[in-house]
Design a binder for this molecule. Structure first.
Ligand code: IPE
Ligand code: IPE
Ligand code: MG
Length: 246
């Protein structure tokens, strides 16, 4: 499969990925889980590069969930260090590829070193106009929705808003993904069929693509295959197929 097989006029504007299977990949090779995460980081580079090449507008990567804080401490700190190392290694390439960086999640709980590196990287890339890469870090959808409810309630208490004015648009504006279009395609690797607390509101009409490939083995070809699969789907949004094909 190559880029010619992709219909450039039917690209998903936003692809979200649950990058799963690093631990199992390492286990299969009798390596430590961190080796799996390191290999997974190389996959991130490959997939972000092809997304930028395809001129996809947004890509959200689930890199660390709220629940992942409950993993063994050495794995958690290893992942935090890996993130800093990755940003050091790839910042120039991200910039050269005109990629902008955003982060969603409870970033206050990240270690100061990671927070600083993220803030510096976001700043360096903020004027870029190509792919927007969104890292979900210390993110969970129930956390995000709870924060949204708190903010909306506070606006009402402060008389900035009337309860009757709350609608879907208002809700979206109080989520971390404010002003970012909903994902059109969600990919989850490693043969797990669940959402794991990712973008529950935003995935309402997203097309799901599951593959057994473990994230460290996932490559450009696998990504293109997912895009081609997406392009064959009929997205009806509640209407009938006949209405769409009129
Ligand atoms: C995904 O791989 C990476 C993170 C959740 C940080 P896992 O570490 O979950 O890999 P498995 O599911 O144990 O194979
Ligand atoms: C989801 O993967 C979170 C990330 C990919 C960062 P997990 O491996 O943590 O998901 P569960 O716990 O198996 O559902
Ligand atoms: Mg997993």
């Amino acid at each position: 499969m190559n880029l010619d097989e992709i219909d450039k006029n039917k690209l998903p504007s936003h692809v979200a990925i649950i990058m799963d299977g690093n631990g199992r990949w390492a286990k299969n090779k009798s390596k430590s889980r961190l080796v799996g995460h390191q290999k997974g980081a190389e996959t991130v580079d490959e997939i972000v590069t092809v997304a930028a090449e395809l001129q996809i507008s947004y890509m959200t990567l689930y890199a660390f969930s709220t629940e992942n804080w409950h993993r063994p401490q050495p794995e958690v700190s290893g992942l935090m260090d890996l993130l800093v190392n990755m940003l050091n290694k790839y910042i120039k390439k991200l910039h050269d590829n005109n990629i902008r960086l955003l982060v969603i999640g409870e970033t206050d709980s990240l270690p100061p070193k990671t927070r600083k590196k993220l803030a510096d990287s976001i700043k360096k890339l903020q004027q870029n106009t190509g792919l927007t890469l969104i890292l979900a870090l210390s993110y969970s959808s129930r956390w995000e929705i709870t924060e949204m409810v708190k903010s909306v309630a506070q606006e009402c208490l402060d008389s900035q808003m009337n309860v009757k004015d709350i609608n879907q648009h208002v809700v979206s504006q109080f989520l971390c993904t404010k002003n970012i279009p909903d994902p059109e395609l969600l990919i989850r690797t490693s043969g797990e069929y669940r959402i794991s607390n990712f973008l529950l509101w935003q995935l309402a009409y997203t097309e799901f693509y599951f593959t057994d490939v473990l994230w460290p083995d996932f490559n450009r070809q696998d990504f293109l295959k997912a895009i081609v699969d997406f392009q064959k789907r009929e997205r009806r949004f509640g209407k009938t197929g006949e209405q769409l094909n009129k």
